[in-house]
Design a protein around this ligand. Sequence first.
Ligand code: SAH
Ligand code: SF4
Length: 360
Amino acid sequence: MQQNLLDFDAQKMAAWFATQGEKPFRARQVLRWVHKSGEADFDAMSDLALTLRGKLKENACVQVPKVMREELSDDGTRKWLLDVGTGNAVETVFIPESDRGTLCVSTQAGCALDCAFCSTGKQGFNRNLSVAEIIGQLWWANHQLGKNAEGNWPISNVVMMGMGEPLLNFDNTVSALHLMLDDNAYGLSRRRVTVSTSGIVPAMDRLREECTVALAVSLHAPNDKLRDQLVPINQKYPLKELLAACQRYLEKAPRDFITFEYVMLEGVNDSEQQARELVKLVRDVPCKFNLIPFNPFPQTHYKRSRPDAIQCFRDVLMQADIVTTTRKTRGDDIAAACGQLAGQVQDKTKRTMQRSVGIV
Ligand code: SAH
Ligand code: SF4
């Protein structure tokens, strides 16, 4: 079987090259070809000896997941749906802005955590993505978009806010993060790579030891009672423990604040009173807030908060000196929100299956 080189960070690449009787600097050269130059064809790796190229052609490959569909929004947001086998799909979204290009990557097919308002959660957990499938999203998006006029790749920022809980696929996520930060691969700044977590406390501590990047925490509620319902993992890691873990993380983090994500659900977590409760809750954690207007999907009973409620909520946080942004709803026309397009495809497959067994 051919070894997919996208599965290796620098360390694993060097170890594999050693098993092939090759020197560590060869591993570094190949890492640069594959990630820095975006090259998948060993014949084009011109500074490698012909014998090594031959060996690589025989034993290795550079393989990204198959793209099932690509969609382009009117606002320039681009979304790829990737086939990860056995009827599963994950998505990657590129969001261009004037001063940066952000890629939102997935880390799992589905998610086991079943947050009440999340369409990925409603699909259940299927499996962890491999390193190749995670980093392959960045490789592929860069490849598709092409280098800019200055010869740089267009993606300057990565957020792990696609499908799945990155900290429950810890090892593969960390290897992919290492590649994103590695100067021989993508060379992104730690401050421009963000892991988003629903609050897996022990894994937050591990991340702090193994690979500090910017951290976003999905808060979504000002107290345990409501958070237990919206984000069920809160029953295992309640707010007090979560906020303490945030403080520990900040001791080593590349940024001096945590970003709290807060999905705005009409009549559920969006009142002025709840905003005040939230201010008290996070009093001791240096933070910024990102309010996310809820993105509805077919099987949900939740509604997006009204713009005036979002504005009022934001004002309360701002008055308490908490920098608060409201996420722009980008790519609405191509359902570029968390888990949506893959949800549609899965629904279709399910319906097709149901049809074929005569349910609908
Ligand atoms: N599992 C991680 C990262 C993926 S979800 C986490 O939960 O943080 C990325 C963000 O999208 C999270 O803040 C999540 O709560 C939010 N999200 C999920 N479903 C959403 C929806 N339907 N509308 C708006 N935001 C949503
Ligand atoms: Fe999983 Fe995040 Fe969705 Fe919760 S919000 S179900 S943790 S992907």
